[in-house]
Ligand binder design. Structure first.
Ligand SMILES: Nc1ncnc2c1ncn2[C@@H]1O[C@H](COP(=O)(O)OP(=O)(O)O)[C@@H](O)[C@H]1O
Ligand SMILES: Cc1cn([C@H]2C[C@H](O)[C@@H](COP(=O)(O)O)O2)c(=O)[nH]c1=O
Length: 216
């Protein structure tokens, strides 16, 4: 029985890597997949992993009917054995319904990958619909970690190094610790709530206000 599977986690937990591994393993067995993505950091029509691997993909812009695209490919004599979707959080709710139809009507497995919540801890529309419709939800086994050592469960956005909780939902970016204007950092819920990024924690540790007082 074909399935719609949603592999989710924070940023930087290995989702795109797993997508590429699934693609590699199936291709190695002679299967042919169709890969969709949206707004990958590597550019339009790319699925990229921080491990350095990248492959071509179909850019699933807001105007693309994913079910229609698969049907058209098949009706032109093309082969599609399964479908992979990366950055699925960015898809419209209706596009997730189209993926469910690919599973139900075309009997193809669909493997979707994405972050569930944005920097404000709110669900992305695509992720919300995937949680509502998926046959199976999978959490990635390689956990991203907060600076405190706890499992990272939330994505923080930084602007000029400061954590922010207001702004546009979608701003393509990375977790690299450069001085980029907009960056991201994964945190545990406790530190996301306290807006305590690794830089803020370092600054607090160096502050004379919090230096330990030693008894004389
Ligand atoms: N230099 C490295 N050596 C080993 N593993 C790395 C390195 N850089 C990144 N990774 C791994 O890649 C993961 C990020 O993979 P990626 O597929 O890009 O994540 P996601 O798609 O979830 O944002 C990191 O959590 C880490 O496990
Ligand atoms: C939290 C958050 C993230 N994004 C963007 C930043 C990246 O471009 C992608 C996530 O990619 P990854 O492969 O999972 O690292 O999403 C965003 O636009 N808005 C957010 O709130």
């Amino acid at each position: 029985m074909s399935e719609l599977v949603f592999f989710s986690g924070t940023m930087d937990c290995g989702k795109s890597t797993l997508a590429l591994q699934i693609e590699h393993n199936r291709t190695a067995r002679g299967l042919q997949g169709l890969i969709f993505t949206r707004d990958d950091r590597a550019g339009e029509g790319k699925l990229s992993s921080r491990l350095g691997l990248v492959t071509d993909a179909v850019e699933a812009g807001p105007g693309l009917d994913l079910y229609g695209y698969v049907v058209e490919r098949l009706s032109r004599g093309g082969r599609v054995d399964y479908v992979i979707v990366d950055e699925a959080q960015f898809l419209l709710s209706g596009q997730i319904d189209q993926l469910a139809r690919v599973v139900d009507d075309l009997e193809l497995d669909v493997f979707a990958f994405g972050i569930t919540t944005d920097f404000r801890t709110r669900l992305f529309p695509g992720s919300q619909r995937l949680i509502e419709l998926a046959d199976r939800l999978e959490t990635l086994q390689v956990e991203a970690m907060c600076w405190c050592g706890a499992r990272a469960t939330h994505n923080a956005r930084t602007v000029g190094g400061e954590m922010v909780v207001e702004g546009e939902q979608v701003v393509v970016g990375d977790v690299a610790r450069s001085a980029a204007e907009v960056g991201y950092e994964v945190l545990c819920r406790r530190h996301h709530r306290r807006r305590m990024t690794s830089a803020a924690a370092r600054a607090a540790a160096l502050s004379p206000d919090v230096l330990p007082v030693t008894a004389t």
